[in-house]
Structure formats: C-alpha cells, structure tokens
Ligand binder design. Structure first.
Ligand SMILES: *[C@@H]1O[C@H](CO)[C@@H](O)[C@H](O)[C@H]1NC(C)=O
Ligand SMILES: *[C@@H]1O[C@H](CO)[C@@H](O)[C@H](O)[C@H]1NC(C)=O
Ligand SMILES: *[C@@H]1O[C@H](CO)[C@@H](O)[C@H](O)[C@H]1NC(C)=O
Ligand SMILES: *[C@@H]1O[C@H](CO)[C@@H](O)[C@H](O)[C@H]1NC(C)=O
Ligand SMILES: *[C@@H]1O[C@H](CO)[C@@H](O)[C@H](O)[C@H]1NC(C)=O
Ligand SMILES: *[C@@H]1O[C@H](CO)[C@@H](O)[C@H](O)[C@H]1NC(C)=O
Ligand SMILES: *[C@@H]1O[C@H](CO)[C@@H](O)[C@H](O)[C@H]1NC(C)=O
Length: 434
C-alpha cells in the first residue's frame, strides 16, 4: 500500500515542483480548500467536510485529494466536498486535503490543509484488551453477538466497562454482561441484534468505554467484519448410503440465509479399527470414499464459509458405518464379564463393611436425648435387617438423612469426618450395581 502511494506521489510532486511557476506565469492559481472540519457522526465514524476555496478560478476542473494520515494511512480523490470514514478513533484521527486542478492533461495540486481529532481521553492501560466477538446465527432473523475482553492492567477494581455495538445506523448498549472476580464487566451478550445475516462484509463496530472513581478509563474501539466472526451452524441431515463399492455421505447446508454456494465443508472419516483419520475438504454437499469392509468408521462433517472466513461450525454428531470384524469377540466378552463380576463383588463387600461401620456409629433417626447404649442396639438391629433387603440403597439414604440433621455433637463430628466419604462410597456402589 505504502509503496503504491509513493509511486503515485513521485510524478505528482515532480509535476507540482515544475508547474506552479508555469501556472503563475499564465495567471492560474491552485488554492487549498477552506473550512476543513472533522466531525464524529457515530461510533468509529468521522465526517470530513470542507469548502472550495472561494478565490479558486471556477473555469478549471478541480477535485480533492484526501489523505488519511492516522490511524490507518489511506489516499483517495473525490469530486465532493465531504467524505465519511469508518475507522477506530480511540487513538485520534488526522487527515489532510488539497485541491487538484486539471490543466493540459496533468493534475496540479495545491498546498495541503491538515486537521486532526485528539485521542480519546483516559489513563494508560485502562482500556480493555483482547476484545473479541462472535456472531451466532442460530435462527434466521436474529443473530446474536457475544464479546469477551480482559480488563486493562491499570483498570481499578471498581471499573465499570460498558460495551456498545454499531451496525450501519443502529447503535445499542449491551444488556447482559459477564463479570470477573471483582465484578468488572468482561463479557457481553446481545441475544438479538440488528446484524443482517444476508449482508456480506458489513462492519460491526464495537466501542468499550468505562468509568471508575480512581482513574479515567480510556475507551477502545474495534471493527469486525461480520463474515469473519460468524460461527457457522453445523451441516444438517447427514446421511450415509452405499453406492456400488463406494460409501456416499450427503448433507444439507447449515441454517443460514446464504445459499449453498457460500459454504465449504470438512469431512473427517475415522477408521475405528486402525485408529486413523482421513480429513477431506469439499465444496459440494456430498463426499465419496472407499470402505475397507473389515473396518468400522465414524463420519463427522463441519461447515464454514467458503475461503474459511468464519469460524468452523461444530462437528456433526458421528455417524457410524461398517462392522469391525474381531476374531476372539466371544472370548473377550467372557473375560470382561468375569472381571466386571469380580469387581462388583469386591465393591459390594467393601461397601457393606463401610456402611456397617458407619451405621454402628450413627442411628438411622438420631435423637439428641437417646442414651448411647439404646442407640447402638437399636441400630444393630436395623442394619442387619436392612442389609438382607437392600443394603446399598439404605446406605445411600442414611448418609443423606444424616448430613441434613447435624444438631448433636456426634452429628457435627461425622459431618466433619465422614459424610463426604460415606456419600462417595455409597454413590460408587450404587453406580456399579445399577
Ligand atoms: C469558513 O468559516 C468561517 C467561520 O466559520 C466563515 O466565516 C466562512 O464564511 C466560511 N467559509 C466558507 C467558504 O464557507
Ligand atoms: C479562466 O478564466 C481566466 C480569467 O478569469 C482566464 O484568464 C483563463 O484564460 C480562463 N481559462 C479557461 C481555460 O477558460
Ligand atoms: C501542454 O503540455 C505539453 C506537453 O506536456 C506542452 O507541449 C504544451 O505546450 C502544453 N500546453 C499548454 C497550454 O501549457
Ligand atoms: C442511515 O440513516 C440515514 C438517514 O437517517 C439514511 O439516509 C441511510 O441510508 C441509513 N443508512 C443505512 C445503511 O441504513
Ligand atoms: C460511553 O460511550 C457511549 C456511547 O458513545 C456514551 O454515550 C457514554 O457517555 C460513554 N460513557 C463514558 C463513561 O464515557
Ligand atoms: C434429509 O435427506 C433426505 C434424503 O435426501 C430427505 O428425504 C429428507 O427430506 C431430508 N430431511 C430434512 C429434514 O431435510
Ligand atoms: C466392487 O468390488 C468388487 C470386489 O472387490 C469387484 O469385483 C467389483 O468389480 C467392484 N465394483 C466396482 C463397480 O468397482
């Protein structure tokens, strides 16, 4: 860009260095525009406005040469006396303009007039950092917008950040923030936005400012192209069919107002027998592959905009095809069953021991006034009885009942020491039995 600008500038400046004298001799003046102003008309939008020099001779064609100096260098010509730019303004903005007069098939420039906007006020390192936004188009008409950021390094703990987005003429403040451990806003969700999913390449302008009692919070602006921050929906209706010796995978485009032609896909075919993955790209809505009949495969697909501009969708749920042929399948099943049975038996045995022990210490319905001897004998009885019926569930129930009733000293003791372990053992036991 800069190189190109230089190449264009050189002949222009050469022409200007030679021409003015010649023009003066002929009584032709090229005068700079007047009343050049910069006005912020919306978030990250500046209007450049100027007037033709009233002393400029009217019988020559003039245009204006505009150079944006910062934040991003840009040069262009215009016939108009105004121009609007969308650009981040937190670090200020500066531009210069001049009149260009056409004379004898060359362009002769006037002096430049420069104007600038100061940087937005605020203390160093109080701006948010790592600002990032994603557009979700889960339903056709109301894309949502999620943004996240980090608080600035020097942002006091009482900082309140506010986020605004602008899309064409619409500006909205964030209605729903996520907060960090100091309750500072560090994320935002717009569940509905004015973002039009049919638009291509429209900018989403984000402005985050803030306030604090202890520091001036410097605003930050950032521009996102809606195409590059859209999280694409996954492909739909994936089907697998056999076509002669090939396996044909087909799917439909993701939910989106954009047509089929806008999407590309990745297909991952995972061979469960060999453990190998085959990743392929596709711009059509189907994919063929040759199966090894002794293998089982899982197939998943994800979508993106063509040229991978957006964020890849989630992978679709895996679809399986083929039967893996194992030789000693029956043998393996037998071994598995035996091992599982052993473990279950062991667990039951251990759990019975545990529950028995705890039950001894604590009655099923402990009342603070019971004397200890009564308590033990009553419990022994109940436990034996219960074990013969449903030991595991009883064990679980007991643990639960107990922790909710911890008024006696014995109660608080078990609370400290035992309830967690007991719950844990019994839950494991239940899981393994069920
Ligand atoms: C430029 O601005 C000044 C002061 O605002 C005004 O008096 C003058 O008429 C303007 N010039 C033109 C050409 O509009
Ligand atoms: C433009 O007008 C000036 C006088 O106002 C005259 O000297 C000049 O020759 C004119 N140029 C053209 C191209 O008409
Ligand atoms: C226009 O330019 C050509 C060469 O660039 C020159 O020969 C000619 O004299 C010029 N005419 C006038 C009117 O300046
Ligand atoms: C924004 O609003 C102005 C007038 O209010 C209108 O002329 C313009 O077309 C609108 N632009 C967009 C992109 O909606
Ligand atoms: C933050 O920006 C919004 C939108 O430009 C503005 O209305 C608001 O006054 C600003 N707040 C602070 C604290 O700068
Ligand atoms: C899924 O695909 C099949 C076969 O192409 C088609 O018959 C069916 O209508 C599709 N289902 C949906 C929900 O699009
Ligand atoms: C399919 O595979 C079988 C066995 O490998 C082969 O005989 C047959 O020609 C193949 N058919 C096609 C259409 O490739």
């Amino acid at each position: 860009m800069i190189i190109m600008v230089n190449i264009i500038l050189v002949p222009l400046w050469t022409a200007m260095a030679i021409q003015p004298n010649l023009l003066q001799a002929k009584g032709i003046q090229v005068l700079p525009p007047v009343n050049f102003t910069l006005t912020v008309t919306a978030l990250a939008e500046v209007l450049l406005h100027w007037k033709p020099n009233p002393d400029q001779q009217q019988n020559y064609t003039v245009i204006y040469d505009v150079e944006i100096i910062s934040p991003v260098q840009e040069m262009y010509d215009t016939k108009h006396t105004h121009s609007t730019r969308t650009v981040v303004l937190h670090d200020g903005f500066s531009a210069q303009i001049r009149t260009l007069l056409f004379y004898n098939s060359s362009k002769i420039g006037s002096e430049w007039v420069t104007e600038e906007l100061p940087a937005l006020a605020g203390d160093a390192e109080t701006s948010v950092t790592n600002l990032f936004c994603i557009v979700y188009t889960a339903s056709y008409n109301t894309p949502s917008l999620h943004c996240n950021w980090f608080a600035g390094k020097q942002a006091p703990t009482d900082t309140v950040y506010l986020l605004f987005y602008r899309y064409n003429n619409y500006t909205e403040q964030c209605p729903d923030y996520l907060q960090d451990k100091w309750q500072r806003n560090v994320g935002c969700r717009f569940s509905k936005t004015y973002i039009d999913p049919k638009q291509i390449g429209t900018l989403i302008i984000i402005h985050v400012n803030g306030s604090s009692k202890h520091a001036a919070i410097k605003p930050l602006e950032q521009l996102f192209n809606q195409d590059t921050i859209e999280k694409i929906n996954p492909p739909r209706n994936v089907t697998i069919s056999l076509e002669q010796n090939d396996t044909l995978v087909t799917w439909e485009k993701p939910i989106s107002p954009l047509s089929k032609a806008w999407f590309c896909y990745e297909v991952i075919i995972h061979n469960l027998k060999t453990g190998t993955n085959q990743l392929s790209k596709s711009t059509s809505n189907d994919f063929k592959f040759r199966m090894d009949v002794t293998s089982r495969y899982s197939i998943q697909i994800r979508a993106n905009r063509q040229y991978n501009e957006g964020f890849w969708s989630e992978w679709t749920d895996p679809l399986f095809i083929g039967e893996e042929q194992k030789k000693n399948q029956v043998g393996w099943v037998l071994i598995l069953v035996t091992v599982t049975t052993c473990f279950i038996t062991l667990f039951i045995a251990m759990a019975c021991k545990m529950c028995h022990l705890w039950s001894r210490l604590f009655p099923p319905i402990p009342t603070p006034k019971n004397n200890l001897k009564d308590l033990f004998s009553a419990k022994d009885y109940e436990i034996r009885y219960n074990f013969s019926l449903a030991p595991h569930r009883e064990c679980y129930t007991r643990a639960r009942t107990y922790t909710s009733e911890t008024e006696t000293e014995v109660g608080s003791y078990i609370d400290d020491l035992g309830s967690y372990n007991e719950d844990l053992y019994c839950e494991v036991l239940e899981d393994s039995v069920i």
